[in-house]
Write a protein that binds this ligand. Sequence first.
Ligand code: CAA
Length: 379
Amino acid sequence: MEYLLTQEQRMMKEMVAQFAREHIAPVARNNQKEGRFPSEIITRAAELGLMGIAYPAEYGGAGMDFISYMLAVAEISRYCASTGVIVSAHSSLAVDPIYRFGTEEQKKSYMPDLCSGKKMGCFCLTESAAGSDAGATKTTATLVGDRWVINGSKQFITNGNEADIAIVFASTNPPAKTKGITAFIIERSRPGYTIGKIEHKLGIKSSSTTEIRFEECTVPASHVLGELNRGFKVAMLTLDGGRLGIAAQALGIARASIEDAVKYAKERKQFDRPIADFEAIQWMLADMHTRYESAWLLTYRASLMKDRNIPYSAEAATAKLAASEAAMFCASKAIQIHGGYGYTEEFDVERYYRDAKITEIYEGTSEIMRLVIAANLLK
Ligand code: CAA
């Protein structure tokens, strides 16, 4: 599908593919076994401009488009889905809302350090009782004099352990529910900002997922991101783009599964023949390829719409749903093709399977994606 890409996008894809093959592939398996955050890789990715791909140079970004960003996340995730989500959560969920909803002053003060990778970002929406029902946030922000005082606890925060800057959603008018939520930019250095429980997960083990607590955490009024009480829209519009980052991550996992399965099917012999000679294997590979290509096209379409400023919420949900299901399907079939070996840590396919699962959950579960798609059909 290279012919759908511009020359600039193809160059970006090839540059990131080479970086991922040379620097990520050799360490990905061990990093995830040890649950080690890939700091050296993120430093190197930042040097290549990968922490702010789709943002203008005047704010420290690489000045490229969203499709280039989507391609980069997929190439990184081909070798390490943890690194893929570190880059994606940072860019889509922290840099993007500042770029889209921030004042000129906010963009100038936060974006250069985030885009250069000098600082990491995270997105604090989810709470223990506000997962799919994101509007049920219990974290509050109260205006005391000219400062906002934040109290509450956020959960399952990607990059929570490393982030220097958090986009935080808090209720500024609890009875108004989704119409009473405001977004804030909060630095980790603020008193009252603490990192809580660090989660031990099934997959994406090299990325951190933590609780972040706010206890009497005070910020000036200039830290409000977007309009007062319009934060739920900031969250939803941000998540539209974030979902494409996750779709790209899922595409990387699906492609890894297909490539490893093809290689193994050609090498592994049973009944005196490579197992690739058997129709049972060929059909699995064909089904994997079909789901991957369909999901790729859906993700490309929604990314193109984003680049062209065409509303794309339902298309992003469709792409994420298709890509995450393709990743699960491909990883599962890749294990099946590897047989008993696929169930061991000797091969990467078991990691792909564990990593694939989260793509059906975070940044909106597959059930929420179906809800968004159906609502768009029925409106
Ligand atoms: N774009 C713009 N506006 C949107 C929107 C979108 N995509 N989706 C909803 N809205 C607007 C609605 O139009 C409505 O606006 P008005 O008040 O002006 O009418 C408002 O938001 C409220 O919408 P709903 O009544 O539909 O809200 P709801 O409470 O029923 O929730 C939902 C809708 C789609 C289920 C939403 O809650 C949702 O997306 N839930 C999933 C949350 C999620 O994805 N969480 C992931 C957290 S991030 C993460 O995973 C961590 C990480 O670090 C990776």
